[in-house]
Design a protein around this ligand. Structure first.
Ligand SMILES: Cc1ncc(COP(=O)(O)O)c(C=O)c1O
Length: 351
C-alpha cells in the first residue's frame, strides 16, 4: 500500500512535531486520577481561563467531552436539540441514547446553523407524553456544514431563547479555535452563553490525544464523576497534557495558515470543469462535489491514495479535504494537480 504523504482526510492525521515530542518527554507528571499531575492541572487552568469558565477537565477525546456533558445535563427521557448535521447524531455511536437515555431532536439546516426561531419552534410544551426539552447543542465550527462558523450574534439569539425556556447550552468545540482564528471573536466570547464547552487537542492543534471540557465548578465536579465511571481517569497523563500546553503556545496562532491553504485548494478546484464546492470555505474544511463530472468520489479517492494523497469520501459524488499543520501550500498544489489530472484523464495514476 502506498504511504499517504499528503493527508487531507482529517485534521486528526497530524503527527506530533519534534518540539511537541520534546515537551512531552520533559513533562512533569503525577497521578492524574488523584489530581496530582501538575501538567494536567496547568492545562485545565489554562483552558478554563481561555474559555472563560470556572473549571476544566482533561478527557481522552472530544467524543467523551460530548458524552460526559450530555450525561451531566440530561436524564433519561430528556431531549437535546441539535442540528441534523451534528457529530453527536452521525458519529458518536448513538451515545446520547445509549448512555444518557436522551433523545436528539435534529433541526434541518443549510450548514448546521439554526436560528432562534427554529429553536423556539422545536422546544416542547410541557405535556406528560412529550420528551422534556433539556439541552441545546451547537457545533463550532460545523464539521458537516463545511466548517461553517456560528456567528456570535446567532449564538446570542439562540441562547436567549434557550435560557428563556430554562434549557441548558452545550458547545462541541472540536474546532472552536478555528472559529476564533476565522472570526476574530475570542474563545471566551463564544463560550459566554454556554454551560459547558470543550476544545479538541487532537485536531488542528496537532496533539496525539486529548480534549478539555470546561464549565462551572459544579458542572465539572459532576463531569469528573462521569469521567471516573466511564474509565476515562488516567495516571501520568501529564505527558499528554504537555502536548496540549505546547500546542496552545505554538499551534493555536497558526490555524489561519490552514484556512489560507483551504482557500488555496478551493481556488484551484473551482477551476476544474464540473467541480463544485457546495459550501463557501470559511475555515479548514473543503467539501468537493464532482457529480457533474460523472465520476465516482470513491474512485477518485482511491486513485489519489495510489499517489500518496489522502482525501475523504462523503458520498458517491462528494469528498472532504481538511487542511492542517502537516500539509503546506506545496502539498495543496500537488493534491489539486492530481485531482485535476484524474478528473480530466481518469486513468492517470491508476496503473
Ligand atoms: C465536530 C466534532 N465533534 C466531535 C468530534 C470527536 O472528537 P474526537 O475524535 O476527539 O473524539 C469530532 C471528530 O472528528 C468532530 O469533528
Amino acid at each position: 500500500m502506498t504511504m499517504i504523504r499528503i493527508d487531507l482526510r482529517s485534521d486528526t492525521k497530524t503527527r506530533p512535531t519534534p518540539g511537541m515530542r520534546q515537551a512531552m518527554a520533559a513533562a512533569e507528571v503525577g497521578d492524574e486520577q488523584a489530581d496530582e499531575d501538575p501538567s494536567v492541572n496547568l492545562l485545565c487552568e489554562r483552558v478554563a481561563k481561555l474559555l472563560g469558565k470556572e473549571a476544566a477537565l482533561f478527557l481522552p477525546s472530544g467524543t467523551m467531552c460530548n458524552q460526559v456533558a450530555i450525561l451531566v445535563h440530561c436524564r433519561p427521557g430528556d431531549e437535546i436539540i441539535a442540528a441534523e448535521a451534528s457529530h453527536i447524531i452521525s458519529s458518536e455511536s448513538a451515545g446520547a441514547g445509549a448512555l444518557a437515555g436522551a433523545q436528539i431532536r435534529p433541526l434541518v439546516t443549510d450548514r448546521g446553523i439554526f436560528t432562534a426561531e427554529q429553536l423556539a419552534n422545536a422546544i416542547r410544551s410541557d405535556k406528560r407524553n412529550a420528551p422534556v426539552s433539556r439541552l441545546v447543542h451547537i457545533e463550532q465550527t460545523v464539521n458537516r456544514g463545511g466548517g461553517a462558523v456560528w456567528p456570535l450574534e446567532t449564538i446570542n439569539e439562540v441562547a436567549r431563547v434557550a435560557r428563556g425556556a430554562g434549557l441548558s447550552l452545550h458547545m462541541d468545540g472540536a474546532r472552536l479555535l478555528n472559529a476564533v482564528a476565522a472570526s476574530g471573536t475570542t474563545a471566551d466570547q463564544f463560550g459566554a452563553s454556554f454551560d459547558s464547552l470543550w476544545l479538541d487537542l487532537s485536531k488542528g492543534l496537532g496533539c496525539p490525544v486529548g480534549a478539555v471540557l470546561a464549565g462551572g465548578k459544579d458542572f465539572i465536579a459532576a463531569a469528573r464523576r462521569w469521567k471516573f465511571r466511564l474509565g476515562g481517569a488516567m495516571r501520568q497523563a501529564g505527558i499528554l497534557a504537555a502536548a496540549g500546553l505546547y500546542a496552545l503556545d505554538h499551534h493555536a496562532g497558526r490555524l489561519s495558515e490552514d484556512h489560507d491553504n483551504a482557500c488555496r485548494l478551493a481556488g484551484r478546484l473551482q477551476q476544474i470543469e464540473g467541480v463544485k464546492l457546495p459550501y463557501p470555505v470559511e475555515t479548514n474544511l473543503v467539501f468537493i462535489d464532482i457529480a457533474e463530472t460523472g465520476r465516482s468520489a470513491e474512485r477518485l479517492s482511491k486513485a489519489l491514495a495510489k499517489q500518496g494523497i489522502g482525501i475523504g469520501v462523503e458520498d458517491q459524488a462528494r469528498l472532504r479535504a481538511v487542511t492542517h499543520l502537516d500539509v503546506d501550500a506545496h502539498g495543496i498544489d500537488a493534491a489539486a494537480d492530481a485531482i485535476a489530472r484524474w478528473l480530466i484523464h481518469p486513468r492517470a495514476g491508476i496503473s
